[in-house]
Write a protein that binds this ligand. Sequence first.
Ligand SMILES: Nc1ncnc2c1ncn2[C@@H]1O[C@H](COP(=O)(O)OP(=O)(O)OP(=O)(O)O)[C@@H](O)[C@H]1O
Ligand SMILES: [Mg+2]
Length: 512
Amino acid sequence: MYDKQYAACLHGIDGTIVDVEVDISNGLPYFQIVGLPDSSVKESTERVRSALRNSGAVFPLERITVNLAPADLRKEGATFDLAIAVGVLCASGQLRLPGMDRCLIIGELSLDGRLRPVRGVLAMTDAARRLGIGQVLLPLENVGEAQLIEGMRVAGIGSIGELLQRQEHLFVNIPPSSGLRDAPYLSERDEAIGEDFVDVCGQFQAKRALTIAAAGFHNLIFIGPPGSGKTMLIRRLPSILPALTDEESLEVTKIYSAAGQAPVQNRLIRQRPFRSPHHTVSLGGLVGAGSYPKPGEVSLAHRGVLFLDELPEFPRGALEALRQPIEDRRVTIVRAKAVFTFPTHFLLAATMNPCPCGIFGFATRASSCICSPVKVHQYRSRVSGPLLDRIDMHVEVPRIEYDSLRTGGSASSGELRASVQRALARQAKRYANAPLRFNGELTGRLLREHCRLLPDGQKLLADSFEALGLSVRAHDRILKLARTIADLEDSDTIGTPHLAEALQYRCLDRKL
Ligand SMILES: Nc1ncnc2c1ncn2[C@@H]1O[C@H](COP(=O)(O)OP(=O)(O)OP(=O)(O)O)[C@@H](O)[C@H]1O
Ligand SMILES: [Mg+2]
């Protein structure tokens, strides 16, 4: 007696469809899974056996072999439980599922036969759709998530008992899902930090820098004395970031689904993520950990903001590990069993004090820096040159005058967001036929094509290149930044003032 079902497993954040073949033949009672299963998959035999018995089904006392194909792919996790149970029930004639020969079956079983939700449903359902599999059977809690993929017919069940009861009626009256159009999503109220730039007094230059960063997706670092409002300013960055496109929403939701982050289960993420890991974060927590790695902070911040407050306090290893994700916009984790790649296209926003006491370069009549030059140098060198080179804007945030504190807030998030939107509309027009959305993503040929300078600008950039000892990477980043500044000013050409403003954001190149 033979039966075949489709299940799936996660590989990084992508789903892979796995054939589950069940063969029951005469012989001494035996239940084995073959096809490169991990120990977590082998344990499935115990769960399936108990779940069937406790649901009123008969567990066949015969020779049962389960094969998971393709055999060269190492399988991990408990997502195969349900498919194996269905296979055993069908092969032993206890379950009839007409019209379900192309159905993805995923779910973890508990010993009493109830189903537990699994992570990564979105990616697995997407993999099924690509192979032309149009039906999904999974735990009730995961139904909403699978419905985010358009055109799938999704049936949810609570237990094996319910499966046996409904049998051939499982997919009756279940229409294809409408995908993202009607998807419930995390509303602004649920997720927004509820903070507005109007709360920040003064700090025009810092707000300007954040507007530029949001408009072109550029990295930035704030440097300034304690209490000047650096953390406060960056926490308000999400309030001016443009919304995610449908495609980006799906990408981000897939990552959170693979990471098993509960609050987003069944819902689409519509807002850009904002991740602010503490400086005690481990290397694994930052880039992805485990022998089957889950996405780390750099991937959870994909298409959003990675906020590193107090940058010099982060361990050196963690900061150096950021170099590849920033440059390549993905991180590759090599394990003995396989290679995993996660997307990491984030906007890096960081803060730092200029020295251990925090006043160097920002002395006032009442206070001056007490750190020795060696100490200042040591402190600053905790943030390496190559990392700073990857940060487009270095912005000084001095303490504000008492007067601006008294006069209160200036531009609100609404006003800043309007300029970001205008700049974004210009970029959308320019990149209508290119695979990018923000100036910050320009590279190579496209960069040279869209960031042409006038002769005056060329001379200014040539002079600064030598005077500041800029790297080629910094040179490219300045050009992209100047492009965004020109877009914010509604200008088709990059003028000298735009370039000059972009150049002034490289202050740490001069000081370190
Ligand atoms: N420009 C400002 N307008 C209004 N309030 C401000 C401003 N700057 C600072 N504050 C107030 O001071 C508090 C401390 O600011 P914040 O934590 O952002 O400082 P910081 O620059 O990050 O300091 P540190 O370097 O010590 O981390 C804020 O929570 C806010 O209440
Ligand atoms: Mg701070």
